[in-house]
Design a protein around this ligand. Structure first.
Ligand code: SAT
Ligand code: MN
Length: 590
């Protein structure tokens, strides 16, 4: 085997285990150059200049969008590829029926062959990163090795990279090893492999989002969920928001919705005019790491430092904060462009696209100008509602956990689980219509427990048991709620206005956490009395409100059957606590 070219200088402050691994990777992948990321602004600008020169990035209109660039990914590489994503635990049972599994030895053989010489002529970037505030005991570090400058630049915006992370790694002793190459961007030679037992990720053949920015879904959810189970905490697909009431009290809520179901919009919500004095503080928009705190409550940090948000539908009305923050220093991926070189996506209420996301003259007959999963990457600090608590090492105390999905029928606007165990069932039973965030059909209802179907790094049965066990670890657990902003009437129209008006529902949730907020106890949980929800100024017809808050026992009996069939698929791993909780639900629905 060839050795590492001695022209590569490895930083003296890097721990021996890291140096050994980098040398190993370099001798397998044979890069032309090696660059250790220090995370500086100068380095970011250098990466941008290089990508402008290689046409990986195009500069957007510097007058309207200073510091903004467009990246067009390969047309076959526009979303996460769940069918090519594997959890490679020693035993298949540990991965569970919820994951694709490959034996670690086989996965390594496959990946070794793909990585062999794959960085010839390219630069290898070594990116030390920290998920979470550098000084938080709850943060965990990793190093991503990649041959993509686009990945390096995105990692700079999305996480805390560079020297401070490297120093922490040297102190921590362990780190997640993430190896990535865009390869040939060939869908036939594309795999995202996770080795939870050895804290490793190997990703080949995709340059896109969750497949390539390894700190995000691969580390902060798949690997971290495994670590969290071993260490007694939770790594969840949840946004975190602080809701400030007119008295100035802030309550923190964490919400799990599947990809492209509005977590980012909710995290940056603008209170409606009819709720003066209310304010929203964004802690995170996608991922929460939840730890039992010293005071007996559950505390959350956002492991990320930036947003990788969906563009279509984003405008001054639906998400003014996002709209404002992406007018500068933002990387746009797969959007259209106007004649004066501004980024354009469907749902933008100004401008006309002349070029589509593939760089062709825009022709509506060929589909939308922006890809439905087109994204912005931006530092969280540009968000006008950025919470200073996002940098607090201890995180924020969580008052309520909220599950939700896209469901045109069945689930009422909001209900509260009866207790923690029932809440775990509510999360485990989540279902949602699929979106463009992953390749495959859009709009099909599928089970997506805790919005973690694509992201749980181990057997869902064991994962639910771990959730149940939090009751023994956390004396003052948050309340658990379920919301559905997407219910429709017989004609297919949305019943609830959504967006900023969702604050009305959050206000009821906070009331409930404080022992207020009138509700009717139903078989599925506590549903608000209509006078307990602030509906002032909405002009919703009575019939609409009734429908939004209705619970149809016949439909729910059928749903309970389907939940039962789904859960039983986990066989002996299904916790007894969940099985009996479902039995109780069935009995209440009789
Ligand atoms: O592609 S990502 O996984 O980063 C975004 C998402 O699907 O939520
Ligand atoms: Mn997500």
């Amino acid at each position: 085997m060839a050795t590492t070219p001695d022209r590569f200088v490895l930083p003296a402050e890097s721990p021996p285990e890291l140096r050994r691994w980098v040398e190993q990777v370099a001798s397998r992948t044979r890069p032309e150059r090696m660059h250790w990321c220090d995370g500086s602004e100068a380095e970011y600008r250098l990466l941008i200049r290089q990508m402008l020169a290689s046409k990986e990035l195009l500069e957007l209109n510097p007058a309207t969008h200073p510091g903004c660039y467009l990246h067009r990914s390969h047309p076959s590489d526009v979303a996460r590829v769940e069918h090519l994503t594997f959890v490679c635990s020693e035993s298949q049972e540990d991965a569970g029926p919820n994951n694709h599994w490959m034996a670690p030895a086989e996965a390594r053989r496959k990946m070794d062959a793909l990585f062999d010489g794959c960085m010839r002529g390219r630069t290898m970037y070594v990116i030390p990163y920290c998920m979470g505030p550098i000084d938080s005991p709850y943060s965990r570090c990793g190093v991503e090795i990649t041959d993509s400058a686009y990945v390096a630049a995105n990692m700079k915006l999305m996480t805390r990279i560079g020297s401070a992370a490297l120093a922490r790694i040297a102190g921590d002793g362990s780190f997640v090893k993430g190896l990535h190459s865009i390869g040939e961007l060939d869908p036939e030679r594309r795999f995202i492999m996770h080795f939870p037992e050895s804290l490793e990720i190997q990703s080949y053949g995709s340059g896109y989002g969750g497949n390539a920015l390894l700190g995000k879904k691969c580390h902060a959810l798949r690997i971290a969920s495994w670590q969290a189970r071993c260490e007694g905490w939770l790594a969840e697909h949840m946004m975190i928001v602080g809701v400030e009431n007119p008295a100035g009290d802030i309550h923190y809520i964490a919400c799990a919705f599947p990809s492209a179901c509005g977590k980012t919009n909710l995290a940056m919500l603008i209170p409606p005019g009819s709720m003066p004095g209310w304010k929203i503080w964004t802690v995170g928009d996608d991922i929460a790491w939840l730890h039992p705190g010293p005071d007996g409550r559950l505390w959350a940090i956002n492991p990320e430092a930036g947003y990788f948000g969906v563009l279509p539908g984003t405008n001054a009305k639906t998400n003014r904060h996002a709209f404002e923050m992406i007018r500068r220093d933002t990387i746009f991926t797969n959007v259209g462009v106007t004649a004066d070189n501004q980024p354009w996506w469907e749902g933008l209420d100004q401008g006309v696209p002349v070029t589509d996301w593939q760089g062709r003259p825009f022709d509506p007959a060929r589909g939308p100008a922006a890809h439905p999963n087109s994204r912005f990457t931006v530092s969280a600090r540009q968000n006008p509602s950025y919470s200073p608590m996002a940098d607090a090492p201890q995180g924020v105390p969580i008052s309520a956990l909220v599950f939700g999905g896209r469901r045109r029928a069945l689930a009422p606007l909001v209900f509260q689980a009866r207790n923690w165990r029932h809440g775990v069932l509510v999360g485990a039973a989540m279902a949602s219509e699929t979106t463009a965030a992953a390749t495959g059909d859009v709009g099909v209802v599928r089970r997506d427990p805790m919005a973690m179907k694509p992201f749980a790094g181990y057997n869902f049965g064991d994962y639910w048991q771990h959730w149940l066990s939090m009751a023994d670890r956390v004396p003052r657990l948050p309340g658990i709620f379920h919301v559905n902003w997407f219910r429709r009437d017989a004609a297919g129209r949305f019943l609830w206005p959504g967006y900023g008006e969702n604050l009305r529902v959050l206000a009821w949730i906070i009331d409930r956490c404080q022992g207020r907020g009138a509700a009717d106890e139903t078989a599925i949980g506590a549903v608000p009395r209509r006078d307990a929800l602030n509906l002032a100024g909405l002009n919703l017809p009575d019939a609409t409100v009734s429908e939004l808050l209705s619970m149809d026992a016949t439909q729910w009996r059928k749903e309970a059957e389907e939940i039962g069939a789904y859960l039983e698929g986990f066989g002996s791993h299904l916790p007894e606590g969940l099985r009996s909780e479902l039995g109780d639900l069935r009995a209440r629905l009789k």
